[in-house]
Design a protein around this ligand. Structure first.
Ligand code: SF4
Length: 207
């Protein structure tokens, strides 16, 4: 079990999946820069994270719920959690709002799974699904939270914890994703990718 002092942000898991170096720059060096993509996300979450709740028929809807897990040492916030209840069964569904379209990588799914791990611990229950609402295509996609994504999420939590506790920021690997990364001006991935510079930096950490 972890304590609050050990908690890492669920957002760090998404940053790690996108790029381990981005995760290190943000969560070790406290670097942050906005770009078009981060600004769109911020605007959407300002509309969604309202700390309110309402009831619609058999569904209680809670917005901006703060969540944590002492077992996994993670902390964050759910955009929306729906509590469904009828005469036969009860179920809980976290719903995450996204400004864009479904992503190819695991980052969003890992975020949703981490939310499920927190809610299961806090509410002593089992949750089998979560959902995304994509603003751009105005569509809700339901995602199964199976054993595979749970294992992947746990492994990513361990990798992020290793970066944060060692304070070692991974080296840049220039790739297509760097073009959309708000940290590119700070990271300088093309310059960092120069072979001589890589050898020099590696020497700094190993000497
Ligand atoms: S610019 Fe590229 S290498 Fe640097 S943090 Fe962003 S994604 Fe990672």
């Amino acid at each position: 079990m972890y304590t609050e002092d050990d908690f890492i942000m669920i957002s760090a898991l998404q940053h790690y999946v996108y790029c381990p170096r981005q995760c290190g720059l943000i969560h070790v060096d406290d670097v942050w820069q906005e770009n078009l993509f981060t600004t769109r996300g911020n605007i959407l979450h300002e509309k969604v994270d309202t700390d309110t709740y309402e009831t619609r028929g058999n569904i209680k809807i809670v917005r901006g719920l703060r969540i944590h897990s002492f077992k996994y040492g993670i902390v964050g916030r759910c955009d929306v959690v729906e509590f469904h209840e009828n005469k036969i069964e009860k179920s809980i569904l976290p719903v995450e709002f996204k400004s864009g379209k479904p992503k190819e990588d695991l980052s969003d799914k890992v975020q949703l799974c981490a939310q499920v791990l927190c809610l299961e611990e806090m509410l002593s229950t089992k949750i089998t699904e979560g959902a995304f609402f994509y603003e751009k295509i105005r569509r809700r996609n339901t995602v199964e939270i199976d054993n595979e994504i749970r294992k992947q999420t746990e492994s990513i939590i361990n990798s992020v914890r290793e970066i944060i506790s060692s304070k070692k920021i991974p080296l840049a690997e220039y790739a297509a994703k760097c073009r959309n990364c708000s940290l590119q001006p700070v990271c300088q991935p093309k310059a960092m990718n120069s072979r001589k510079l890589k050898i020099y930096i590696k020497g700094l950490y190993t000497s």
